[in-house]
Design a protein around this ligand. Sequence first.
Ligand SMILES: NC(=O)c1ccc[n+]([C@@H]2O[C@H](COP(=O)([O-])OP(=O)(O)OC[C@H]3O[C@@H](n4cnc5c(N)ncnc54)[C@H](OP(=O)(O)O)[C@@H]3O)[C@@H](O)[C@H]2O)c1
Length: 259
Amino acid sequence: MNLELQGKVAIVGGGSKGIGFGIARVLAGEGATVAISARRQAELEAAAADLRQRTGGTIVPITADCRRADDCRRVVAEVAARCGGIDILVNNDGAPPLGEALSFDDTAWERAVEQNLLYVTRMVREVVPHMRARGGGSILNITAVSAIQPIAGFALSASTWAGVIGYAKTLSLEIGRDGINVNTICPGYIDTSRLRKVFAASDEGAEAVQQRLRAEIPMNRIGSVDDVANLVALLVSPKGSYITGTAIQVDGGLLRATR
Ligand SMILES: NC(=O)c1ccc[n+]([C@@H]2O[C@H](COP(=O)([O-])OP(=O)(O)OC[C@H]3O[C@@H](n4cnc5c(N)ncnc54)[C@H](OP(=O)(O)O)[C@@H]3O)[C@@H](O)[C@H]2O)c1
């Protein structure tokens, strides 16, 4: 299937590695121009060079911290100026710290809200005028299945991403008529350096924790970055434009609910 992404301009947050890098690779491979952002410039430039080599695509690296309102504005303005418009926004970054819900003070909560929820609302506010000017577009948020089925220790991300899911659904009701679809993907366990660090830090030992998790996952494996990126590519493409307001888990069946 040709996803008709040639000539589209996409912004992919957290594009220097992991899920964001995988999304940038798939979108660029499908012919989109892809702007990637992250905080560390050297890693971001290296990722851009790697993506160019793998896909032959146009990759625009922009160093930014998604927790800063100015950086959000600057990323969108720079992409619009350099690429002539914006069709696709993928909100993705790192995540707030883990810990027991009662252990966090207001500063920790404010930081988490800024990183996960305000980031999304700021980016959306900036890109929607550009999408309207193009006659449509697509917004996609990466959260986690723990926003639907919380896990102890994940209070900061589960609470703020539940807010993202509510925001995205509301937004989809309000901007569908502009030809903009809004969706959220909730990954389960996806094989990235972030997850490998979590495994390595576990008291159980990396291999034991992986075996335990695999046994919990009906598909009996940890997900790959491509499992997420391929769905993103469909949802942000013209072929996925009738799909909006959804929060879709990509988790090998981990979520234990019919909804
Ligand atoms: N991997 C999983 O199993 C899994 C499962 C469910 C949900 N998720 C969520 O999916 C997202 C991506 O996960 P991942 O495993 O791909 O993580 P990752 O490999 O650690 O990559 C995170 C990316 O985001 C960038 N980033 C982090 N903080 C940022 C900030 N404040 N501003 C701008 N960029 C920032 C990082 O670059 P810099 O550090 O240079 O900024 C990097 O490019 C996270 O929110 C994660 O919680 C992951």
